[in-house]
Ligand binder design. Structure first.
Ligand SMILES: NC(=O)c1ccc[n+]([C@@H]2O[C@H](COP(=O)([O-])OP(=O)(O)OC[C@H]3O[C@@H](n4cnc5c(N)ncnc54)[C@H](OP(=O)(O)O)[C@@H]3O)[C@@H](O)[C@H]2O)c1
Length: 253
């Protein structure tokens, strides 16, 4: 497959999980991938996996929650990109609103809203100057449906969905397409211990199973490539039908 040849792609949060799967899949599609995150050992591991498979990748470490100056330094180190995937997130564990400490609120807002906003602000003008680019935001089905204990995380993801629509309007006329993927519960390293609960959640969906990181990556390739050339500002759930068939799930239960 070579849908992303001659493209440089930055995938934030690509040291693990969905971001790593996207980075590996983008490289397999011919992109030169910039892997990033705070964990340098894992970053080196992802780069090694990509290059061992014949792909091109480099690692640029960065803490995206460290504020505007740090993000601008990071963007300068990265240089110009054709594709930006805003994937990194602070994954707030489910907890009652009244029990959420302020530092958790601050970390979620900084990582999930402020960071993609400022990183896009730093990188999109260079895409605009070239007249082309693709931005893929990794949102969540939590932004589309209510889940007790998820108000903070869901709100940050809803903000990213809203940024997608506004950026599609702002940057689209300059040749930049901006879209969102809303993954459903996805099999990744950190959620292994939650698997029984997550499997219950998806047991009555049309697919009846969790999403895989590879399935999210396949959607990201589509939205980053010319195959989606006329898709702007869309939200694509990759959730086995969870959000679109909620009523049917209730009937089945
Ligand atoms: N897994 C799911 O079921 C699911 C469902 C819906 C949506 N999502 C979304 O999918 C995306 C990926 O999640 P995941 O499940 O793959 O989780 P994950 O494996 O924990 O990945 C999160 C990534 O974000 C990076 N990150 C976190 N804070 C950062 C910071 N301050 N600066 C730089 N990088 C940071 C982490 O890298 P370092 O630790 O190396 O910094 C890591 O690579 C997130 O946007 C999440 O909201 C996931």
């Amino acid at each position: 497959m070579s849908r992303l040849v001659h493209r440089i792609a930055l995938v934030t949060g690509s040291t693990s999980g969905i971001g790593r799967a996207i980075a590996e899949r983008f490289a397999a599609e011919g992109a030169a991938v910039i892997v990033t995150g705070r964990r340098t050992d894992l970053g080196a591991e992802v780069v090694r996996a990509i290059t061992d498979a014949g792909g091109r990748a480099s690692f640029v470490a960065g803490d995206l929650a460290a504020g505007k100056a740090a993000i601008e330094d990071f963007a300068a180190a990265v240089g110009e990109v054709d594709i930006l995937v805003n994937n990194a997130a602070y994954l707030v564990g489910g907890r009652p609103t009244a029990d959420t400490p302020e530092d958790v609120v601050d970390a979620a807002l900084a990582t999930n809203i402020k960071a993609p906003y400022l990183l896009t602000a730093a990188l999109a003008p260079k895409m605009q100057a070239r007249g082309s680019g693709a931005i893929v935001n990794i949102g969540s089905i939590n932004a589309l449906t209510g889940l007790a204990g998820s108000a903070l995380y869901s709100a940050t993801k809803a903000a990213l969905h809203a940024m997608t629509a506004a950026w599609a309007a702002e940057f689209g006329p300059s040749g930049i397409r901006v879209n969102t993927i809303a993954p459903g519960p996805t099999e990744v390293e950190w959620s292994t211990h939650l698997r029984p609960m997550l499997e219950r959640m998806v047991s009555t969906t049309p697919s009846g199973r969790l999403s895989s990181a590879a399935e999210i990556a396949a959607a990201a390739v589509f939205l980053a490539s010319d195959e989606s050339a006329h898709i702007h500002g869309a939200t694509l759930p990759v959730d086995g039908g969870l959000t679109s068939t909620l009523a049917q799930s209730i009937v089945r239960n």
